[in-house]
Design a protein around this ligand. Structure first.
Ligand code: MG
Length: 162
């Protein structure tokens, strides 16, 4: 059986924070604010994976009230999520959408995709990454924040399934 999960996340943009998207550091005067590194793409992805596996959300697994996760590298959190689902499920597809007015993602897309695929232990062809602006509308359009969406599909492993 294939199980599908959806994830959505938003973080505010503030001056002087590092900008980390999809596990890649991007030179920028503004970065996303949050308790961890605020990697909005990986957060949406983790919620989609946990959703597909029926395992709740990242707030349950990595509560912001827990000092262990302060300034956490979201790549480490994603590796933990993978460990939670790995025994029972194989990741069949990951589709990500970043909603931001800037920066252009094209120069970083290959690195993000390769990094995410490596963290999940899947082929790069399993991971798709898109970006769109918000046509200057709303908080994203005003440059106050970024949003991300993720959809994932997991297949239940059977005996002998790699
Ligand atoms: Mg988040």
């Amino acid at each position: 059986m294939t199980r599908v999960g959806i994830g959505y996340d938003v973080h505010p943009l503030v001056e002087g924070r590092p900008l980390v998207l999809g596990g890649v550091a991007i030179p920028s005067s503004h970065g996303l604010h949050g308790h961890s590194d605020a990697d909005v793409l990986l957060h949406a992805l983790m919620d989609a994976l946990l959703g597909a596996a029926g395992l709740g959300d990242i707030g349950e697994h990595f509560p912001p009230s827990d000092e262990r996760w302060r300034d956490a590298d979201s790549r480490d959190l994603l590796a933990r999520v993978r460990a939670l689902i790995d025994e029972r499920y194989r990741i069949e597809s990951v589709d990500l959408v970043l909603i931001a007015e800037a920066p252009r993602i094209a120069p970083y897309r290959a690195a993000m995709r390769a990094g995410i695929a490596a963290l999940l232990g899947v082929a790069e062809s399993v991971v798709n990454l898109k970006a769109t602006t918000n046509e200057r509308l709303g908080f994203v359009g005003r440059g106050e924040g970024m949003a991300a969406l993720a959809v994932t599909a997991l297949a239940e492993r059977e005996a002998g399934d790699g």
